[in-house]
Design a protein around this ligand. Sequence first.
Ligand SMILES: [Zn+2]
Ligand SMILES: [Zn+2]
Length: 311
Amino acid sequence: MTQDRKRKQAVRARQQLTSRRYTPLAREDAARHPQAGQAFSLGALLAECTSAPVTVPAWFKAITDEGAADWAPPKSFFSKLLGVDVPHGTILELAGLLAQRGLDTQCRVESADPDHRVVVVTEGWRFDLCLTQEMVNECCRQPACPRRPFGTDIIWCDEHLRRRSLPELIEMAARLGYSTVQEADYEPERCGGEPGADLLVRAAVAYAGSAAVIDRLISTGFDDPDSAAEWSADDTLEMRLRHAIDRERLRLRNVARAEADRIRQLTEACPTCGTKPTPGPQATDFPPRYCSRRCAPQLASASTGVWSVPQ
Ligand SMILES: [Zn+2]
Ligand SMILES: [Zn+2]
């Protein structure tokens, strides 16, 4: 029996014993890999990559033994640092992603599944190193989360984005806005409508912070129509810009109201008075888990994001 099959069988046996789902159990298994926790520098990993002999990966031998493979595996080597066979191309891609940080960058193995992937972390970044193809994917920054981040400006998956504080959401809104406006190149219709903006606004609703996030998205994601730039010299362009801004603000406010309704629907009882919050046209400037503004505690400062997020 191959190592892969043995491991899968062991995970399935634990699945039956514990009645838990297969995927999280397999993830825990990967976190127990002997190499998990191993620290190394990017330079040391590259040195291995350029000096270790080419090997036929163990996962490929396993499926060949079972007569299932009619294709060649990627050129790989056995990495003592990672404890697995890994394609050269995967390591080179990781080196490219970390190029600006240099060879001394310290990395650590978070988990390893020798037939599929190794998760490597460095300075808060998490990378999923694919072992069956020459490929690296950035992961959500939350340890052990297997999902991808939403994008380069939103570095968490949707679930973990909702657990960030309001100041962090506002900062991500600014990053998203700046990259949008840079690409728009004086075409207002190309700004707004970003799916990432919707995610940030929805995450801020629980803190009653959607207005602050929307303001930041608008102020960074669009040029200022009142500034003495191309806009003021071209009436049509200025009108288009103002229209695009109004339309985006309205769209994002509707996103916030829909999210507040969703939270009200899911909340059984207001934490203060026990009444079930009712969906409707209530304001989004108090946390929607409370039935009314009267029941919501006083917020010292909207920017601190001290409202607790409903679970
Ligand atoms: Zn995540
Ligand atoms: Zn109440």
